[in-house]
Design a protein around this ligand. Structure first.
Ligand code: FES
Length: 308
């Protein structure tokens, strides 16, 4: 494949034709913020935080969806670019709870990081605010729609899972939200709680419930561990706090993020100091059950006891 050479912030970069400006900048070590972009998902171009200035173009294109071209001159830190990014952040903040002091994602939130980076403290856009109930209906995932920035990463990730695709955008305009079919709570949907959506959420809209309240991002050490439940040998992160394994999470995108349910839950059982208790849905409610019942071997065990 032929190469194209472009200049980004005065640095010459040669990349294969078809490479996006964002990837070319990353190759040159130049930082461009992203929210809706995920290297493991198709191009999307929804949030516009990655805009850049390109000589000869009237608008500021999204670098994650613009292909690098021969002779292109790209500016990632011009006044217009910074102004646009600040405005986007202000628009997002206009409808964000801003409860960073108690948010589980504090220290691990892209919106927070970018507001810090660009010095955005307040929003000059005031209006109606969202007031969605928090979906806490299941033992695994907490959904807070009020923190959702509608980047669509969860939707696109869920769509990659065979026989799932259980969430999508629903409603319109200001009322747009990510919802299950008929906007039911997750517990009443076809969700299998694989946690892929949580792994890709850039803000605090989706959280792993078992990790809630167990520690701030900066207190948790991530220790890579290789999964042995299939021949792929993927790497997950053990979440360690005060020497104890408190959970297992998929690695960051770009590091070959494994998202399989068997791997993550299997490793939780294997490594966690307090492994999760099995839960079964009975009459529409999640209830804790003994392992024998969860594994559907209760009858077998009873027979063995009878034989004794
Ligand atoms: Fe490029 Fe969202 S990261 S448009």
């Amino acid at each position: 494949m032929s190469n194209v050479t472009l200049t980004i912030d005065g640095i010459k970069v040669a990349v294969p034709r078809g490479t996006t400006v964002l990837d070319a900048a990353t190759k040159a070590g130049i930082f461009i913020p992203t929210l809706c972009h995920d290297p493991n998902l198709e191009k999307y171009g929804a949030c516009r935080i990655c805009v850049v200035e390109i000589k000869g173009m009237r608008n500021l294109p999204a670098s994650c969806c613009t292909d690098a071209a021969e002779g292109m001159e790209v500016y990632t830190k011009s006044e217009a670019v910074i102004e646009a990014r600040k405005t986007i952040l202000e628009l997002l903040l206009a409808n964000h709870p801003r409860d960073c002091l108690t948010c589980e994602k504090n220290g691990n939130c892209r919106l927070q990081d970018y507001c810090f980076y660009y010095g955005v403290k307040e929003s000059s856009f005031n209006g109606i605010r969202k007031n969605h109930p928090i979906d806490d209906s299941n033992p695994y995932i907490i959904r807070d729609h009020n923190k959702c920035i509608l980047c669509g990463r969860c939707i696109r990730t869920c769509a990659q899972v065979k026989e799932r695709s259980i969430i999508d955008f629903a409603y319109r305009g200001f009322n747009t939200k990510v919802a299950t079919a008929m906007d039911m709570p997750l517990a009443e949907s076809e969700c299998v709680y694989c946690g892929r959506c949580v792994a890709v959420c850039p803000v605090g809209a989706l959280m792993f419930k078992p990790l809630k309240g167990k520690g701030r991002a900066f207190e948790i050490e991530k220790r890579p561990v290789t999964c042995t439940f299939c021949e792929n040998g993927c790497t997950f992160d053990l979440n360690v706090k005060d020497g104890k394994v408190i959970g297992v999470t998929p690695r960051e995108p770009g590091e070959g993020r494994p998202l399989c349910l068997k791997g993550r839950l299997g490793l939780e059982l294997k490594y966690c100091d307090e492994p999760p208790k099995p839960m079964l849905k009975k009459n529409g409610e999640f209830v804790q059950v003994p392992w024998a019942e969860a594994l559907e071997i209760k009858d077998l065990i009873n027979k063995i006891i009878e034989l004794d």
